[in-house]
Ligand binder design. Structure first.
Ligand code: ACM
Length: 701
């Protein structure tokens, strides 16, 4: 190791700062630490790197974590560390890095994940109360590594870090599309890299029962098409997660979303059946009968088995979107409701929840469920996962219940990263007392899997979930969108070193679509289109479990970077007038590329319907770009335009919003802005020239 003093120029380039917000201008950390001080020197890392672990918490888990860190450090930097660096974490006279953990952490809610990381001229010191905290610090250390003209170095920093919220999760739906083991492993690595600490595993839904149950074998035999996790595989995932300080909370969705359960055990259903695994998407009627004792005898067996298999204190019982139709259509269930004074299905569901809760409690587990499970009077140690809105979360917090937020973190709905990032479970103006606020435990991104396959799932999770991870870990004041996007771009590349396929699979998918090697034109088109948002994909075209997820809509980014950059440059021109030469040049260049791209897209057409359906998007992009170029030159020259011109261009832009192949053109709004700028006074009263509002919608899974 060599420690260098930075030159004055390099120091200036790094931004000297004592505060988190200004310091992120120079560093690529995500999540941003609670406290960070940046010094003026740097530590150059070379082949002689060595590590020592120490303290009561320096057990096998920490050693494995350190070795993974070394592997990534060596792979990213191409430094050749000595074998002893990997093999011996105990005996180095003057180690570059000392990792100290005072005790072994428990993989449970509320465990201490704090750490202190100091990089100085003398080396690196990472200290934590628990080995889990030390693992979090090792991720920060890897994010600090800089490769530049000086070679490999870490800036001098002093970091004191801890999470803002104790529950920071990612839900993965393995039911709608089965997710093989490697999907889970690589996503657990990604989660660890951004300090998420809960994998919420949605294992059961109408479309598949994904966990082996030796006690009730028809569940996995009849409910899964043979696509389920064996008990050994479940244990492997739990251990893999625990090795990274990540809890695994399984979800067994009940009493609605019940088709797969009832395919196996129709005698527990509210309607006669028979049942088959559901192949399409939506909200379905099959529901467990909560009025017969056989249901609870069955759940006693099943939940006891699962309570033994899964380590975590929580079991998620779903509880969402039970429409009650099959209950109200069954005279015996209606009679039960009348006899017990249950005037609506929700009241019966509450009875069911209480029975399930009793079973969980007997098995030493706590209950978590979606909004719908909430009812005042249940024990206060249940946790509510709010998917329908923050208000229900706050309402339950006021009544003494803990909760986590998922509304606003539905990454399957293809919202831009910025929306998720600014969605705070507990904004500064939240109408809660300090005690009530403490019940807001955090949040979870939800990767519902109707429209993702093992090939595309990473691209829907990453990199956007890194921004959600920051929202849940970092101080609430860290909210600068521009800086977030800058860091997200860096983090996205680093997530690739963990084997995540969010970037890597796109070119593969394009090559398969066109059966060709030159996919440049399709790449350009993808820069200007995105998948349709919210629940529109399913509305625009019926999909089933067997539909191809290999079309342009699947290759498209949820938050296309070229379109975003274009939009930002247009926004600056709109605000400042078209005086900035750099922005003008960039906007013109993008429009010219998009205008000229159409012929190249047309040339890649094969017989593939997946390409044919996208051709109108390419044509629309060309037309929109021509309008944009025209508007830009009007704005630049100050030429007068007529109202007819203005209205004609706005009408044509409106027409270009039509989706094709379940994609939408995301550069229409900025081009409308350009037309508005060009139209000057004419635009003052035009509805189209006002900034658009994106109204969020709730529907379900
Ligand atoms: C849900 O989206 N139905 C929880």
């Amino acid at each position: 190791m060599r420690v260098v003093r930075m030159t004055a120029v390099a120091i200036a380039a790094m931004t000297i700062a004592g505060t988190v917000e200004s310091a992120t201008g120079a560093l690529d950390l995500m999540p941003v630490p609670a406290q960070l001080e940046l010094g003026a020197s740097a530590l150059v890392v070379n082949d002689a790197f060595t590590v020592v672990t120490e303290g009561q918490g320096a057990g096998p888990r920490l050693d494995r974590g350190v070795r993974r860190m070394l592997r990534r450090l060596s792979d990213r930097t191409t430094l050749f560390f000595a074998n002893a660096t990997f093999l011996d974490l105990a005996n180095h006279a003057d180690p570059v890095l000392v990792v100290r953990a005072d005790r072994i952490g428990r993989v449970e809610l509320g465990e201490d994940e704090s750490y202190r990381l100091a990089v100085t001229e003398g080396g690196i010191r990472l200290e934590a109360v628990t080995d889990i905290g030390a693992l979090r610090g090792l991720e920060t250390l890897l994010q600090l590594v800089v490769l530049d003209e000086r070679g490999v170095s870490l800036p001098e920093v002093s970091i004191v870090d801890r999470p803002r919220f104790p529950w920071r999760g990612l839900m993965i739906d393995s039911s709608r599309h089965f997710m093989p083991m490697e999907v889970l492993r690589r996503n657990l690595d990604g989660m660890a890299a951004v300090k998420l600490n809960v994998l919420h595993w949605h294992l059961v839904d109408d479309q598949g029962f994904r966990v082996e149950s030796p006690a009730l074998p028809k569940l996995h035999e009849l409910g899964s098409d043979g696509l389920y996790y064996t008990r050994a595989q479940i244990r492997e995932i739990i251990d893999y997660a625990a090795d990274r300080g990540i809890r695994v909370v399984p979800e067994f969705d009940l009493p609605g979303h019940g088709t797969a359960w009832l395919t196996a055990y129709p005698e527990l259903a509210s309607a006669p059946g028979p049942y088959e695994i559901e192949r399409s998407w939506g909200i379905f009627d099959p529901t467990v009968d909560p009025t017969i004792e056989a249901t609870y005898t069955f759940l006693e067996v099943f939940l006891a088995e699962m309570a033994e298999l899964f380590d975590d204190a929580f079991i998620h019982i779903g509880g969402d979107e039970n429409n009650g139709k099959d209950w109200l259509a069954n005279p015996e269930i209606v009679a039960f409701m009348e006899a017990n004074g249950y005037h609506e299905p929700l009241a019966l569901q509450r009875y069911f929840n209480e029975r399930v809760l009793a079973i969980l409690t007997r098995n030493g587990k706590r209950m978590i469920g979606w909004d719908e499970i909430f009812q005042n009077g249940l024990p206060k140690d249940i946790v509510i996962q709010s998917w329908r809105g923050r208000e229900s979360l706050y309402e339950s917090a006021r009544l003494g219940y803990s909760g986590i937020l998922s509304n606003g973190y539905y990454i399957d709905l293809i919202h831009p990263t910025s929306d998720h990032y600014l969605n705070d479970p507990l904004p500064a103006d939240a109408p809660l007392s300090a005690d009530e606020s403490a019940r807001i435990l955090g949040g979870e991104a939800t990767m519902w899997a109707e429209f993702v396959s093992p090939e595309t799932v990473d691209s829907r999770i990453w990199p956007r979930t890194a921004a959600i991870a920051e929202r849940l870990w970092s101080p609430g004041a860290v909210r600068d969108l521009e800086d977030m996007y800058r860091r997200l771009d860096r983090v996205s590349l680093r997530l690739e070193e963990l084997g995540l396929l969010h970037e890597r699979n796109r070119p593969v998918m394009l090559r398969r679509l066109c059966g060709c090697r030159d996919t440049a034109a399709l790449e350009v088109l993808l820069g200007a289109i995105e998948p349709v948002k919210v629940y529109n994909r399913g509305r625009l075209r019926a999909h089933t479990q067997f539909s191809p997820l290999t079309r342009m809509v699947d290759a498209a980014w949820p938050d296309a970077e070229p379109a975003r950059e274009f939009g930002r440059a247009v926004e600056r021109l709109r605000e400042a007038g078209v005086t900035d030469v750099e922005d003008r040049t960039a906007v013109r260049r993008s429009l010219e590329i998009w205008r000229d791209n159409h012929a190249a897209v047309a040339a890649t057409l094969t017989g593939s319907p997946g390409l044919t359906e996208i051709l109108p998007m390419s044509a629309a992009l060309a037309e929109v770009s021509v309008i944009g170029l025209e508007a830009l030159s009007v704005a630049e020259t100050g030429k007068d335009i007529t109202r007819d011109w203005f209205e004609d261009r706005l009408a044509r832009l409106e027409a270009a919003r039509e989706s094709h192949g379940q994609t939408e053109l995301v550069v229409v709004d900025p081009v409308v802005s350009l037309v508005c700028v060009a139209a000057g006074r004419l635009a003052a009263r035009a509805e189209e020239c006002r900034p658009a509002d994106d109204a969020p919608t709730a529907a379900g899974h």
